[in-house]
Ligand binder design. Structure first.
Ligand code: ATP
Ligand code: NCN
Length: 229
């Protein structure tokens, strides 16, 4: 179902440690399906609710740039990497709203696993003051039944994607490809010396190998490990 709003801007935040084909496929699908004028991938700097990423902010930004290379309408917005402290989405959305003006529809995309944890986000009930939320199904993720999230859903859920032509305020559950890929599985496979081919773009994998990312530190310089390269 297309939302037919060529003015809308999509925002897809993540740790992207590393970016993979589920992120990229969903980004392309959402741009087409919601008729977004552009879709910005926004790498977080300091994740608010998890430990430090394995790759540096600059490495995660480079991997995103390699991942989207040549795809029209996708771009990397590195504003969170330039902001100190935990990357709170509400601050990012407030900043984007100030920059882009009061009328442009903003759509923040997130997987169902991330949505399930929404009540732990900073000032989470204010998010819809700045943008819509579009939730993407994810294999293995389920909607929790907790009361705060259920009342949020009741207050904001849109019946039709056309509601996303307004600037903000809606919650939309978006049917999309269900791809069982995760950055955790990629990092684990690399550390174990297994193949990650077809989970992520070749250019991103080549960068990971070049930079030696996600390998456990060698136990000593004399005991060479074979896992990563
Ligand atoms: N396979 C997927 N299907 C749907 N949404 C996804 C998928 N992978 C990631 N996302 C969503 O993309 C956003 C950014 O995810 P993130 O960068 O943390 O990747 P991840 O694969 O979930 O990483 P990790 O395994 O390290 O938690 C989140 O909103 C997450 O829910
Ligand atoms: O604002 C918050 O408190 C907050 C808490 C957890 C996650 N987020 C954002 O949600 C997006 C997905 O996060 P993650 O951990 O699944 O990669 C990413 O843009 C994070 O900055 C934001």
């Amino acid at each position: 179902m297309a939302c037919l709003t060529s003015a809308a801007v999509g925002l897809f935040g993540g740790t992207f440690d590393p970016v993979h084909h589920a992120h990229l496929r969903l980004a392309v699908e959402m741009r087409e399906t919601l008729g977004l004028r552009e879709l910005r991938l926004i790498p977080c700097h300091v994740p608010a609710l998890r430990g430090a990423p394995g790759a540096s902010p600059a490495q995660r930004r480079t991997m995103l740039e390699l991942g989207i290379a040549g795809e029209p309408g996708l771009l990397v917005d590195d504003r969170e990497l330039r902001r100190a402290g935990p990357s709170y989405t509400v601050e990012t959305l407030a900043e984007l709203r100030r920059e882009l003006g009061p009328t442009v529809p903003l759509v923040w995309l997130l997987g169902l696993d991330a949505f399930a944890g929404l009540p732990r986000w900073q000032r989470w009930t204010e998010l819809t003051a700045f943008a819509h939320l579009a939730v993407l199904a994810r294999p293995g993720a389920a909607l929790p039944q907790d009361a705060p999230l259920q009342s949020f859903i009741a207050a904001h859920r849109c019946e039709a994607a056309v509601a996303l032509t307004r600037p903000s305020g809606g919650l939309w559950f978006q049917p999309a490809s269900r791809l069982e890929i995760s950055a955790t599985a990629i990092r684990t496979a690399i550390a174990a010396g297994r193949s990650v081919r077809y989970w992520l773009p070749d250019a991103v994998e080549a960068f990971i190998r070049r930079e030696g990312l996600y390998c456990p530190p060698a136990p000593s310089t004399r005991l060479e490990t074979t896992c990563c390269n």
